[in-house]
Design a binder for this molecule. Sequence first.
Ligand code: GLP
Length: 252
Amino acid sequence: MRQATFSSADDASQYLADYIIRKINSFRPTASKPFVLGLPTGSSPEGIYSRLVEAFRQGKVTFRHVVTFNMDEYIGLAPSNEQSYHYFMYDKLFNHIDIPKENINILNGLTNDVEQECKNYEAKIKKYGRIHLFLGGLGPEGHLAFNEAGSTRDCITREVTLVESTIKANCRFFNNDLSKVPKTALSVGISTILDNSDEIALIVLGENKRFALEKTIHGKKSNPDFPSSYLQEHPNVLIVCDNAAAGLKSKL
Ligand code: GLP
């Protein structure tokens, strides 16, 4: 695992946005050879997305030949619901860049055939061959996408039940009303991330991620109780964090 630590969340986000742009540009994607990018939601990647939009506006990158796969989606929320990950992704990124709609893949939380939806998602990832870069965030309890404690190494895209700590952590997006947070979601699995990605990059910001970051890097390897520890098995992981998450003091 490589770790890059920055004195602020802004610097960390800028670094990772520039990193993604360099990866896309050096790949020289075309229609028949698209760059495949995995994407997370949550507050941590927001700074990256705004910088990608800015870079696109400045002509530094195009997403015409980029294909995206989002990590997860709540069950029961329509794309028009502001708390859905569909809405988030269009609002923060897709509406502002030149990615073709057909290149965007997000699990459908309104499907009436969950099993088929998840199978199709896995099959589509396989069809592209590899995810060149999977960007991720980190839950305070070590969840990756919506892979909660107990997730096994071989799990793939499926319906998951959210644990109380995740519901609590995410209720800030639902007017702090626990009852409004969906209790189930669709999520790519640990195997989906680890076995299909050439590289995984995590953005980890803020003091409340300190414990999770420490366990991810130095904790017991592949500990189902702490799903992000499975990342230790992957040969190409970049962790980009701020001083607060790394447990370092920032200079005044
Ligand atoms: C949600 C998402 C995760 C994300 C996590 C952390 O639970 N499903 O993919 O990594 O939140 O979010 P935040 O960056 O807001 O702390």
